[in-house]
Unconditional design. Structure first.
Length: 552
C-alpha cells in the first residue's frame, strides 16, 4: 500500500490527535473580512480549511470577522457565501460573525483593564508612532500607560457611550514597549468609530481591532487549528498573549504560504481600486482573479480545487504560474464541455454542385469524451461559413486546409474541392467556390479519397450571431506590484479584452448559463451573465492549448 504524503499542517493535526491535545477534535474556520469579493487566494484557504475537517471528520465554521464597519457590507457577505458553496463546501451550523461576540469582547477588554493589562491612551497617532521606537531601538512608555485601572475602566465606558469624538483616544494592551516584535509594543485593541455596522447598526461607538477579535472568536467557537497565511506569523505572539491573559480556551494558530499568481494582483484593496476606477466592469469581471469572475468566465469548481491541490501547502511564499490554473481548467473542461461549431472570422463558401434549397442534417457527437451526452443534428446547406484562416490562395508546405485545387473534409459532412474564389476591389477573398464529392459523406464515405485536413463550418441560412469576448492576462508584467515607485496599473494590458462577432450553429441559441462549450478547434466558451435571447454573448474561458505570449 502506497504511503500517504502529508502536508505539514496534516502532520501537526495527526500528532495532536495522537497526543489527545484537543480530545481528537479537528475544528477549523474560514474567517474572511466582508470588505470585498473573494479571490483565488481565498479559494486555497477555503479548500484547506474545509478539506482538513472533511479528512479528519471535523467541522469548519464560516465566520465573518466584521470589525471594520466602514468597509464592510452585506453584499460582500452574500457573495462570500455563494463562493464557498459554489466551490463545493458547506459550513458547520449557522453563519457566524465576530459582531456576534461584541458584548463578550467588551467584557474581556474590561478584564484586561481591571488586571492592569490595558489602558486608555489619548496620544495622537503621530505621538504613538514616535514613542514606538524601531527595530533597533526600544519604544518609550506612553504618558498614559500607568493610569489606574479604575480610571481606565471609567474612560473605557465613556468611550463606549460616545462621550469622546472619533480618534480622540483608544484602548491599548499593556504588553512590552521593548519587545523585538513591533506588534507587541502595546498594540491598540479598541478604537472610537461612529460608523453604521451592517449587522449591529448604530449600537456601538467603539469597535475591536482585528487582532483583538480574531483569537477570542476562535476561542469562543472552540476552534482547534486556526489556519492563516504567513503574514500573521508576527501576530501569533499577541494572539497567544491575549488567550493566556484572558485565561480562556486556547486554539493553535498555524501559518501557511498564501497563493500568489503571476500576471495579476491578489490584494483586495488593489482589486477594489480597479473596480472603483472602472478599469474593469466589476468584481465579477472575467479578467479578475475573484472567484465570482472566474465563475463567470467559465472556470469550474472542480478545476479550482484541483489547482489548489497541485499547488500544495507550503511554508514559504512563492508565485504560481497562471498557466497551471488554466491547465487545470482545460483538463476539466475537456471531460465535460459540449462540442459545438462557431466561426469566429467568417468567409462564405458556396458549394456550387449542391442543390439550391436542399438541407441535410449531419450527426455530431456532443462530447466524444462522454457518450452519455449523446448527439445532435446540425443543418447543412449549399452556402456555409468557414474560418478565413482555413483558406489560403498561396499556402506554405504542409498546409492541410483549403486552397485552390485542394481538398478538405467539412466536419461530419462531405469532402469538398476548391475550384474558384471571388474577390472584392481591394483583392480580398469574399467567397470560396467549391464542389462536393457526393459519395463522401462522413460515416458513409465510399469515395476512396483521403484528405488530411478537416475544418468546421456553419450553414449560412441557419447561423446565428454572437458576441465573443476574448481575454488575455489583465497585466503585461508577471509581478505588477514588484516595481517600487511604479503604479501597478501602469502594467495593465490594453488587449486584456477583445470583442469579436461570430457565426454560431443554431443549437447554441439555446445555450445555458453554467454549461461549458468547446467551440471546435478554437477554445472553450460559456454563456455570459449579460446575454439575452436577443443578444448572445459568450466568454472565452480558456484556449485549447496554452497560447499565451508570455508563457514558457
Amino acid at each position: 500500500m502506497e504511503h500517504e504524503i502529508l502536508n505539514f499542517i496534516e502532520e501537526i493535526i495527526e500528532k495532536d490527535n495522537e497526543t489527545g491535545k484537543f480530545g481528537g477534535r479537528v475544528h477549523t474556520r474560514f474567517p474572511p473580512e466582508p470588505n470585498g469579493y473573494l479571490h483565488i487566494g481565498h479559494a486555497k484557504s477555503i479548500c484547506l480549511n474545509f478539506g482538513l475537517s472533511q479528512k479528519y471528520g471535523g467541522k469548519t465554521n464560516l465566520r465573518f470577522d466584521d470589525t471594520n464597519p466602514e468597509k464592510e457590507s452585506d453584499e460582500y457577505v452574500q457573495s462570500i457565501k455563494r463562493d464557498v458553496q459554489w466551490l463545493g463546501f458547506q459550513w458547520n451550523g449557522d453563519v457566524l460573525y465576530a459582531s456576534d461576540y461584541f458584548d463578550q469582547l467588551y467584557q474581556w477588554a474590561q478584564k484586561l483593564i481591571h488586571d492592569g493589562k490595558a489602558y486608555i491612551d489619548f496620544s495622537t497617532s503621530e505621538e504613538m508612532a514616535a514613542l514606538k521606537g524601531n527595530l533597533t531601538t526600544a519604544g518609550s512608555d506612553s504618558p498614559y500607560r500607568n493610569t489606574s485601572p479604575a480610571e481606565n475602566l471609567d474612560l473605557f465606558e465613556r468611550m463606549k457611550v460616545g462621550e469622546f469624538p472619533d480618534g480622540h483616544c483608544c484602548l491599548r494592551a499593556k504588553v512590552d514597549m521593548a519587545s523585538s516584535n513591533m506588534l507587541m509594543r502595546d498594540p491598540v485593541i479598541y478604537r472610537i468609530k461612529r460608523a453604521h455596522h451592517h449587522r449591529t447598526g448604530d449600537k456601538w461607538n467603539i469597535y475591536p481591532m482585528y487582532d483583538f477579535a480574531h483569537g477570542q472568536s476562535d476561542s469562543i467557537e472552540g476552534i482547534t487549528h486556526s489556519v492563516c497565511t504567513l503574514e500573521f506569523v508576527p501576530h501569533r505572539e499577541f494572539y497567544e498573549w491575549l488567550l493566556v491573559n484572558l485565561e480562556i480556551y486556547r486554539p493553535q494558530q498555524i501559518e501557511f504560504a498564501r497563493l500568489n499568481l503571476d500576471y495579476t494582483v491578489m490584494s483586495k484593496r488593489k482589486l477594489l481600486q480597479l473596480v472603483e476606477e472602472k478599469h474593469v466592469t466589476g468584481w465579477d469581471d472575467p479578467r479578475m482573479p475573484t472567484i465570482s469572475g472566474m465563475r463567470r468566465r467559465g472556470y469550474t469548481p472542480e478545476s479550482l480545487r484541483e489547482f489548489v491541490k497541485r499547488v500544495g501547502v507550503a511554508k514559504r511564499d512563492n508565485i504560481i504560474e497562471f498557466g497551471l490554473l488554466e491547465f487545470c481548467v482545460r483538463e476539466d473542461l475537456n471531460k465535460k464541455a459540449l462540442r459545438m461549431m462557431a466561426v469566429l472570422d467568417p468567409i462564405k463558401m458556396v458549394i456550387t454542385n449542391y442543390p439550391e434549397g436542399q438541407v441535410e442534417e449531419m450527426k455530431f457527437d456532443n462530447n466524444p469524451e462522454n457518450e452519455a451526452d449523446g448527439s445532435r443534428l446540425v443543418p447543412f446547406s449549399r452556402e456555409i461559413y468557414i474560418e478565413r484562416d482555413d483558406f489560403m490562395e498561396n499556402p506554405p508546405k504542409k498546409y492541410f486546409r483549403l486552397f485552390p485545387g485542394g481538398m478538405v473534409r467539412l466536419k461530419s459532412a462531405y469532402i469538398v474541392r476548391c475550384d474558384d474564389v471571388l474577390k472584392d476591389d481591394a483583392g480580398n477573398v469574399t467567397e470560396v467556390h467549391c464542389t462536393y464529392i457526393e459519395n463522401s459523406r462522413s460515416g458513409n464515405d465510399q469515395s476512396g479519397i483521403h484528405v488530411k485536413g478537416t475544418i468546421h463550418w456553419v450553414s449560412v441560412a441557419h447561423a446565428a450571431d454572437a458576441e465573443l469576448r476574448i481575454y488575455e492576462r489583465l497585466f503585461t508584467d508577471p509581478n505588477p506590484l514588484g516595481h517600487e515607485g511604479v503604479d501597478f496599473k501602469t502594467f495593465m494590458n490594453p488587449n486584456s479584452l477583445t470583442t469579436i462577432h461570430a457565426k454560431i450553429e443554431p443549437a447554441l441559441t439555446a445555450a445555458e448559463l453554467g454549461v461549458a462549450y468547446q467551440f471546435i478547434r478554437k477554445a472553450y466558451f460559456c454563456l455570459d451573465t449579460e446575454a439575452t435571447t436577443d443578444k448572445l454573448i459568450f466568454n472565452q474561458t480558456v484556449g485549447l492549448k496554452d497560447s499565451f505570449k508570455g508563457s514558457k
